[in-house]
Structure formats: structure tokens, C-alpha cells
Design a protein around this ligand. Structure first.
Ligand SMILES: NC(=O)c1ccc[n+]([C@@H]2O[C@H](COP(=O)([O-])OP(=O)(O)OC[C@H]3O[C@@H](n4cnc5c(N)ncnc54)[C@H](OP(=O)(O)O)[C@@H]3O)[C@@H](O)[C@H]2O)c1
Length: 277
């Protein structure tokens, strides 16, 4: 059955692929972009796939922008069936090297942005007594990696928020799901990756970060395609009883499993330290 879907962060990557994928399944997709002048890639992809996608401006850090975008969808469609909180980026580098402005900006988008859009959509879903909120988390929301300090913290926050909200919303007839990808071939480690402003000042941090960056580049050579994530999101929103968490690959499942059985946390930390030597 066709659903009204609102997605954040659709100029590239997972947001763009999901907008096109879900439109191809016959859904009414509202793809939102922080900056509408960056819509060309989405327009080109929609044309190529011969699908209609509504595009609207939505900066997750801006109250007015969020309120207006949500109101525009509700005015046109009378409802929002699915919200996909996808917008996000990564501040990388040891915590000490990250300025407070960078740290706050990371949370402003990845956590408070997601919360802001969710709060704007929920009154409508409560009234409908239905709806499904998909939060794009990450394996970084379950398992922390050295030098991903602020990004990990923001995704852990998303995980905690979603896990706490889900039961209450279930009683109100609203579903919540976390999507937890590993590396995905998007603009994430290029355009959407920001290094700590003070990284160059501390040799030990710089060396560790270089090592991890090289490893990350290697890992991303085996990344998933954003369309695979889109297909999993489609599985979740069409399922009668969707899972609460979806790890997107066997490798990610394995990483999550190792974390969840390590009750003291010692093994994960030791493994990470070994990787830095
Ligand atoms: N790629 C991965 O390996 C990976 C793995 C796990 C999880 N994720 C998560 O997947 C999500 C999508 O990332 P991606 O990989 O698709 O990267 P991407 O291609 O860089 O896409 C990120 C999107 O977020 C948007 N965005 C940033 N700030 C925003 C704001 N204030 N308001 C609205 N939109 C904003 C960007 O818009 P602009 O173009 O205007 O900047 C862009 O459209 C993120 O939450 C990320 O943490 C990615």
C-alpha cells in the first residue's frame, strides 16, 4: 500500500537512494534537503528512474524550516505515514581535538535535528494513531571506534532516545525502527566528514587519526551501496511487525554481537588498543 514518506537529508547518499527506491515502490515521497540548490543529483536520479518525488527545503537544525516542511506535507496529504530521519554527518578525531562548536554542531544535526523533526511529526502520527519513524543510526551507535568520539556519542544518543521512546509510542500505535549500517558508499567520508579543529596540535592524536583514517578508507572499499540500505528500509516499512533494529550486513551483525556479549567492556577496548599499536 502506498505510504506518505518524509525523508531528511536527500541531496546525496542514503537519503537520495531511499527517496528514489521508495518512490519506485509507489509511495508518495517527500524528499527534503537542507539546501534546495543541491537538488540536481536527486532530480537526475528521479528522472532516470522515471519516478515523481516531491522536494522541499528542511534544515534539521532550524525550527521554522522543520515546522514549515512538516506542515506542507500534512496540508497536501493530510498525514505522514513514515518519517525517515537520515540527515547526519561525522565529526572525527579524538575528543580533545574537537572544538566545542564542532561538538555542539554534530549533536545539533545528528541528535537534536532528529529530535526536532520527530517532535514536529509526532502530533500528526498520534492523531492518526499510526506511523513509523525510521532513525538512521549506525554500527557507530552500538560500538565505538577510536577517533570517532563525537560521531559515536551522537549515534549512541540516537540509539538511547529511540530505545526509550519506542515502547511509549507503540502504545500510541506508532512504530520505531533503528537502521544500523556499517560503511556505505556515499559522500559520508568525503564531504560529510570533518576533522577535529585542533588535531594538528597533538602528535600522538595526529598519528592515531592518520592510522584510523587509512583503515577507514580501506574499509570503505568494501562498503555497501546506498540502495541496499534503501531496500532494507523498504522491508522495515512494509513489514507487518518490523524489527526494532536492523544491522545492514553480516559484518555489522558480527560487530554488534561481539559488543553485546562483552559485559565488562574489556574485550572491545583491548581489541581497539591493539588496533592502534
Ligand atoms: N555512509 C556511511 O558509511 C554511513 C554508515 C552508517 C550510518 N550513516 C548515516 O547515514 C546518514 C546519511 O549519511 P550518508 O552516508 O548518506 O552521507 P551523505 O551522502 O553525506 O548524506 C548526508 C545528508 O545529510 C544532509 N544534512 C547534513 N546536515 C543537514 C541539516 N542540517 N539538515 C538537513 N540535512 C542535512 C546532507 O545535506 P547537504 O548535502 O546539504 O550537506 C546530506 O544530504 C547519516 O545519518 C549517517 O550518519 C552513514
Amino acid at each position: 500500500m502506498s505510504k506518505v514518506v518524509l525523508i531528511t537529508g536527500c541531496s546525496s547518499g542514503i537519503g537520495l537512494a531511499t527517496a528514489v527506491y521508495l518512490a519506485k515502490q509507489g509511495n508518495k515521497v517527500y524528499a527534503s534537503l537542507k539546501d534546495l540548490s543541491r537538488k540536481d543529483k536527486l532530480v537526475a536520479e528521479a528522472e532516470k528512474e522515471n519516478v515523481t518525488i516531491e522536494m522541499l527545503q528542511l534544515d534539521v537544525t532550524n525550527d521554522a524550516s522543520v515546522t514549515e516542511a512538516v506542515a506542507a506535507v500534512v496540508e497536501k496529504e493530510g498525514k505522514i505515514d513514515v518519517l525517515i530521519n537520515n540527515a547526519g554527518y561525522g565529526v572525527m578525531g579524538p575528543a580533545e581535538t574537537v572544538s566545542m562548536e564542532q561538538a555542539k554542531a554534530e549533536f545539533d544535526v545528528n541528535f537534536f535535528g532528529l529530535l526536532r523533526v520527530t517532535q514536529a511529526v509526532l502530533p500528526h502520527m498520534r492523531e492518526q494513531q499510526s506511523g513509523h519513524i525510521i532513525n538512521i543510526s549506525s554500527i557507530a551507535g552500538i560500538r565505538a571506534m577510536p577517533t570517532s568520539d563525537l560521531y559515536n556519542a551522537s549515534k549512541f544518543a540516537v540509539e538511547g532516545l529511540t530505545e526509550a521512546m519506542a515502547p511509549t509510542l507503540a502504545v500510541a500505535g506508532i512504530k520505531m525502527t533503528l537502521i544500523e549500517p556499517g560503511p556505505v558508499d556515499t559522500d559520508f567520508i568525503g564531504r560529510s566528514l570533518q576533522l577535529g579543529e585542533k588535531l594538528q596540535n597533538v602528535e600522538v592524536y595526529r598519528k592515531i587519526t592518520e592510522k584510523i583514517s587509512a583503515r577507514r578508507t580501506e574499509m570503505f572499499k568494501h562498503s555497501q551501496k546506498p540502495e541496499e540500505i534503501a531496500a532494507l528500509i523498504n522491508e522495515a516499512i512494509t513489514s507487518e511487525k518490523p524489527d526494532f533494529r536492523y544491522q545492514t550486513s553480516e559484518a555489522v551483525k558480527e560487530m554488534a554481537r561481539a559488543k553485546l556479549v562483552d559485559l565488562t567492556g574489556n574485550e572491545i577496548i583491548e581489541k581497539s588498543i591493539e588496533g592502534l599499536r
